[in-house]
Unconditional design. Structure first.
Length: 751
C-alpha cells in the first residue's frame, strides 16, 4: 500500500472524523448459533466512525489511526494511542492505553484485537467493569467470544468498587456470559483481605443476582440440642415461576437429614395458581433412638399449601401440616413460632363466588403435638380441636335494597369428629336484616337476626343418640355521632373528631346447656368484641343479652386525613344476668363489664406507640394491659419497647433494637423476659459490620421450646455482595423475625 500524499493526510487529520459503512460478513449468510445470529449489537449495518489526530491508509480497505485513536460502531466504542481499522473484515487492532465500552461494560488494557461485527477478539493485561452488577477485575488476557460472552484468563472478579477490593475470587479461567446472566469458573480461590478463605474446583454465579441453578454456600451451624450442623443446599431454577431447593444436612448428634422446598406460581386458562411444599426427613435419629428405644426413630415433617383458580368464580386450596412425633418442634425448630406450633392443620377447601353469595366446602383435620412436659404437668396439655368432615358454608348479602335495607344470610352444615368426645352434625342458619340511617354527622342502624340451629348427636358412652334444636332471635341498635373541630396538635393544624357510640343488644335466654361445644369459646374482650351481638365465638352458644355498650373515640387527623392519634374508651352495661355459659356454671351477675382504654398514634415522625388497658372498676384492678412503642430516628436505627400483662397468666417485658454502634458497626438485640416466671423466654444478641461490598454478622439466640427446656444457637456469616455468603446458622432470618423494623444492611443482595 502506497502512502497518501501529505496534503491529503492533513485533510483527514483536520476533519478528525471518518465515517464508513460496515460490509456484511460471511457469518450473516450462514446458519450460526443464536448467540451470534442475534447478538447484543442492535444494528449490524450501523456506520463505523473513526477519529484520530492523524489518519492514513487506503479508504474502504485499511485505516491507520495515530494519536488519540477512536472507533465507534453502534454500542461499541474503542479508544487507544494507536489503532488500525480494517473495513472489509470490520476488525480493529489497538495498542497503548486501550479503552473499550460495550453495552455499558468498560475494559482497559495494553493491546486489543476485536471484530466489530462478530464481537470476537482479545485484550492483553485487561481490567474490566460490568454494568449489570458493577463487578470488576483484572487478568492476564481477556478473550471476547462474542458480544455477550468473555473469558477472563488468570484473572480476578469482585463486586467491590475500590481498586484494592476487600474480597475477590481468582481463577485460571472465568467465563462471563451476560446473555445467559451467568459467570462460571474453573479452579477458584476466594480471597478476603488478601487471605484465601475457601477454594473450589468449580464455581458458577449470576452476574445480576438473578436466580439460577447450582450449589449454594455451605452453612454450618451449632445448637445446644443438636451439636454441630452442616447443610449444603442445591438450588434448581426449574423455570422463571418454579424452583426447588434441596437441603442435605449433617447433624452431629443425630445423623443425616434431607430437606426439600418446592415453590411455584403460574397461570392457566382458568386463572392463577401458586403454592409451596417443604419436607424434612431424618431416617435414623441416634439421639431420639437412645431416649426412646421402643419407638421408631425415623423423624420427618411436611408442610404444603396450594391455591388455584378453577374458573373466574371458583377456586380450591389445601393447607397441610404434619410431623412424625411430639418432640419434633422441640428438637428441630429454629424460631420461636415454629417451636410452639402444636396444632397442625390439614385442610382441603373450595370456594365458589356468585354475584352476592359465596359457597365454601372444606374438610379439616388436626394433628396435635403434645408438650412432652404435659405428662408431669397436665395443665400443659394441648387441647385437640374437633375435625370438620366436612363443613359447608353459605354466605349471602346485599346492601341498599328495597329502599335502603341491608340483608345477609349465613348457613353452615358441619360434621364434627373427635376421637374422645361426643360427635355429631350441626346445621346453622342465621338470617339478618338491617336498615342503616346515615347522615353527615350521625348513623343509626337497627338490626334483627335469628340464630337457628339443629343438632344430630351420636351415641356417646351411656348417652343415646338424640336430636336437638334451638331458635334464638336478636335485636340490636347501633348508633353514633361524629363531631369535628380544628385544633393544633404537635405544632400542626389538625382536625379533631369526637365520636360517641351506643350499641344496644337484646337476646332472650334459651337454655343451651345440653348442646355440645364443638367449636365455641368465650370471645376475647376487646374493642372489636364489645360491638358484636354474641359474647361467644362459634355457633354452639348464643349468649342471652340485655346490654348497652357505650364508647367514646377521638381522632386527630392531619391535613392529608392520616390518623396521628386515636383515643378510645368503652364499657358494656348489663341490664340482666348472663345465664348462658359454656358449661353449667352459675350465671354472671355483673352490672357492667370491665373498662377498655386504648391509645394509638404517631407522636412524631420517628415515634409511634400503641396501648390497650382492661380495667375492672369493681375490684379496682387491671385485668390486662399492653404497651408498645417504636422509635425509628433514621435508617437502620430502631428501638422497640413492649410490655404485656394478663392477670393470672403472664407478665412479659420485651426490648429489641438495631442500632449503629460506631463506624460501620451495628448492634442488634432482643430480650423477652417473663416477670411472672422470672426467666428469659427469648434472647438475641448480635453484631453486624457493613463494608462497601460485604457484610459480617455474628451473634447468638436462645428461646424456650418447652416449659422447662430451651434451645441455644450461635451464628456468624460473611456475605460477599453479589457472590455468596459463608458462615454458621441463619443470622439474617433470626434478626428479621425478632426485631420489628429491622433493615438489612445490604438491601438488594441475596435471595
Amino acid at each position: 500500500m502506497s502512502r497518501m500524499p501529505k496534503p491529503q493526510r492533513l485533510a483527514y487529520a483536520l476533519s478528525a472524523i471518518f465515517t464508513v459503512t460496515a460490509l456484511p460478513s460471511v457469518a450473516h449468510a450462514q446458519n450460526v448459533p443464536p448467540k451470534q445470529r442475534a447478538p447484543r449489537v442492535e444494528d449490524k449495518n450501523a456506520v463505523t466512525t473513526v477519529m484520530a489526530e492523524d489518519i492514513s491508509g487506503r479508504p474502504e480497505r485499511e485505516l491507520n489511526l495515530e494519536r488519540d485513536a477512536e472507533i465507534i460502531k453502534d454500542k461499541t466504542k474503542v479508544k487507544a494511542d494507536t489503532a488500525c481499522y480494517r473495513q472489509v473484515e470490520d476488525e480493529v487492532e489497538a495498542k497503548g492505553n486501550v479503552k473499550i465500552w460495550r453495552f455499558g461494560d468498560y475494559f482497559t488494557g495494553d493491546e486489543l484485537k476485536l471484530n466489530m461485527d462478530t464481537g470476537k477478539g482479545y485484550m492483553l493485561n485487561p481490567t474490566y467493569q460490568l454494568e449489570a452488577n458493577h463487578a470488576r477485575g483484572k487478568a492476564e488476557r481477556l478473550n471476547f467470544i462474542n458480544e455477550d460472552e468473555a473469558q477472563v484468563v488468570n484473572g480476578t472478579y469482585s463486586t467491590c468498587q475500590s481498586a484494592d477490593p476487600d474480597w475477590y475470587l481468582r481463577s485460571d479461567t472465568l467465563n462471563l456470559d451476560s446473555g445467559r446472566d451467568v459467570g462460571t469458573a474453573g479452579k477458584t480461590l476466594i480471597y478476603f483481605k488478601d487471605v484465601p478463605i475457601i477454594g473450589t474446583p468449580a464455581l458458577s454465579f449470576s452476574l445480576s443476582g438473578a436466580r439460577r441453578s447450582g450449589w449454594l454456600s455451605p452453612t454450618p451451624g451449632f445448637g445446644s440440642k443438636n451439636g454441630a450442623e452442616l447443610v449444603v443446599p442445591y438450588y434448581f431454577n426449574i423455570a422463571p415461576n418454579r424452583d426447588l431447593t434441596l437441603y442435605p444436612k449433617i447433624i452431629a448428634n443425630r445423623g443425616i437429614q434431607v430437606g426439600a422446598l418446592g415453590r411455584y406460581l403460574g397461570e392457566t386458562d382458568s386463572g392463577l395458581y401458586h403454592g409451596e411444599t417443604y419436607i424434612e426427613y431424618l431416617p435414623h435419629d441416634r439421639e431420639y433412638a437412645k431416649a426412646n428405644p421402643d419407638v421408631k426413630s425415623d423423624r420427618w415433617m411436611i408442610r404444603s399449601s396450594h391455591t388455584q383458580d378453577l374458573s373466574k368464580d371458583w377456586e380450591y386450596s389445601w393447607n397441610f401440616r404434619a410431623a412424625s412425633d411430639n418432640n419434633y418442634p422441640n428438637d428441630f425448630s429454629k424460631t420461636v413460632s415454629s417451636s410452639t406450633e402444636r396444632q397442625l392443620l390439614r385442610e382441603l377447601r373450595t370456594d365458589y363466588h356468585g354475584d352476592f353469595w359465596t359457597l365454601t366446602a372444606r374438610v379439616q383435620k388436626y394433628q396435635v403435638l403434645q408438650d412432652p412436659e404435659s405428662i408431669l404437668d397436665p395443665t400443659l396439655t394441648v387441647t385437640r380441636p374437633y375435625d370438620r368432615l366436612p363443613a359447608v358454608n353459605l354466605h349471602a348479602a346485599q346492601y341498599d335494597v328495597a329502599g335502603g335495607f341491608d340483608w345477609a344470610f349465613d348457613s353452615e352444615l358441619t360434621r364434627f369428629y373427635h376421637p374422645t368426645l361426643i360427635n355429631g352434625t350441626r346445621l346453622v342458619a342465621i338470617p339478618q336484616l338491617s336498615y342503616p340511617i346515615i347522615g353527615p354527622s350521625y348513623f343509626i342502624t337497627p338490626k334483627v337476626m335469628v340464630n337457628m340451629a339443629s343438632y344430630q348427636l351420636d351415641a356417646f358412652g351411656s348417652q343415646r343418640a338424640e336430636n336437638l334444636s334451638r331458635t334464638v332471635p336478636t335485636f340490636s341498635l347501633d348508633s353514633g355521632l361524629i363531631f369535628e373541630r380544628d385544633v393544633k396538635f404537635g405544632g400542626k393544624n389538625m382536625t379533631q373528631t369526637l365520636e360517641p357510640r351506643l350499641f344496644y343488644v337484646n337476646t332472650p335466654y334459651r337454655d343451651q346447656s345440653k348442646f355440645p361445644t364443638f367449636d365455641t369459646d368465650a370471645a376475647t374482650f376487646n374493642f372489636s368484641q364489645i360491638f358484636s351481638e354474641n359474647r361467644f365465638v362459634g355457633s354452639d352458644r348464643i349468649g342471652d343479652a340485655n346490654q348497652l355498650t357505650a364508647a367514646l373515640t377521638s381522632r386527630f387527623l392531619d391535613a392529608n386525613g392520616a390518623e396521628a392519634l386515636r383515643l378510645a374508651f368503652g364499657q358494656r352495661f348489663y341490664f340482666r344476668d348472663q345465664k348462658v355459659q359454656l358449661d353449667s356454671s352459675t350465671p354472671v351477675v355483673d352490672a357492667h363489664s370491665d373498662i377498655l382504654l386504648a391509645a394509638t398514634g404517631r407522636i412524631s415522625e420517628t415515634w409511634t406507640f400503641d396501648s390497650a388497658v382492661q380495667y375492672n372498676p369493681s375490684q379496682s384492678r387491671i385485668v390486662s394491659e399492653s404497651y408498645t412503642a417504636q422509635w425509628i430516628p433514621g435508617s437502620k436505627k430502631v428501638l422497640n419497647l413492649g410490655y404485656r400483662y394478663l392477670r393470672d397468666s403472664f407478665k412479659n417485658i420485651e426490648l429489641s433494637s438495631q442500632w449503629p454502634i460506631f463506624q460501620r458497626w451495628y448492634g442488634v438485640g432482643r430480650i423477652s423476659y417473663s416477670v411472672q416466671d422470672k426467666k428469659i423466654l427469648e434472647s438475641l444478641v448480635g453484631l453486624e459490620y457493613n463494608a462497601d461490598c460485604w457484610v459480617f454478622r455474628t451473634g447468638a439466640q436462645r428461646f424456650v421450646t418447652t416449659s422447662t427446656k430451651a434451645s441455644t444457637q450461635i451464628f456468624f456469616q460473611l456475605e460477599l455482595n453479589g457472590l455468596s455468603h459463608l458462615g454458621v446458622g441463619s443470622p439474617l432470618e433470626a434478626m428479621k423475625s425478632s426485631i420489628p423494623g429491622y433493615q438489612r444492611l445490604n438491601e438488594g443482595y441475596g435471595r
